[in-house]
Unconditional design. Structure first.
Length: 171
């Protein structure tokens, strides 16, 4: 039987390792299910999900040049209706980012929900910039922010705006 990527087939678990499980696909072919492809949830121990001899339905997700077959059990599972393809709803439904208040630890942040006033799409606007150009812009921006934080810190040590009146120590 010729296997193709995307095909869903049935097999039998023949071995379990820390990193994955081996599945006999019949006709002398076998493949491996990586631990990340065993279940739609985090898998700490494969033995909690699979046993040797268990019949499983798997999706073929890769076939390399040496004929090794990569398999997925979670991708072979039927998706619930209304799913976005990942088996999860929106962040707001699961208490994710969409359900959190905007801003950082101190409630700051812009009205768009991004930290500070950082323009997350700026790099897309200047697509012709090289990595070095982008890195130097980032470093300059970081240096400005750090120096501003240091100035604020010095002011707070002196007691605020009129800190020179509280002992005359200039940091």
């Amino acid at each position: 039987m010729a296997f193709e990527v995307g095909q869903i087939v049935e097999g039998k678990v023949t071995g379990i390792m820390n990193y994955g499980a081996f599945v006999d696909l019949g006709n002398g072919a076998s493949g491996m299910v990586h631990i990340s492809e065993v279940a739609p949830t985090f898998v700490n121990e494969i033995k909690d999900h699979l046993t040797i001899g268990q019949d499983v339905k798997v999706k073929i997700i890769a076939i390399d040049e040496r004929g090794k077959i990569g398999l997925s059990i979670k991708q072979a599972m039927p998706r619930p209706q209304g799913s976005n393809g990942r088996g999860r709803g929106t962040g707001a439904q699961n208490g994710g980012a969409a359900g959190r208040p905007r801003g950082g630890r101190n409630g700051g942040g812009s009205s768009s929900g991004t930290p500070g006033n950082y323009d997350w799409n700026r790099s897309r606007q200047n697509a012709s910039d090289s990595f070095d150009d982008m890195l130097s812009k980032f470093m300059a921006s970081s240096d400005e922010k750090i120096s501003g934080m240091k100035k604020d810190n010095r002011r707070s040590r002196r007691g605020g705006q009129n800190g020179g009146q509280n002992g005359g120590n200039d940091w």
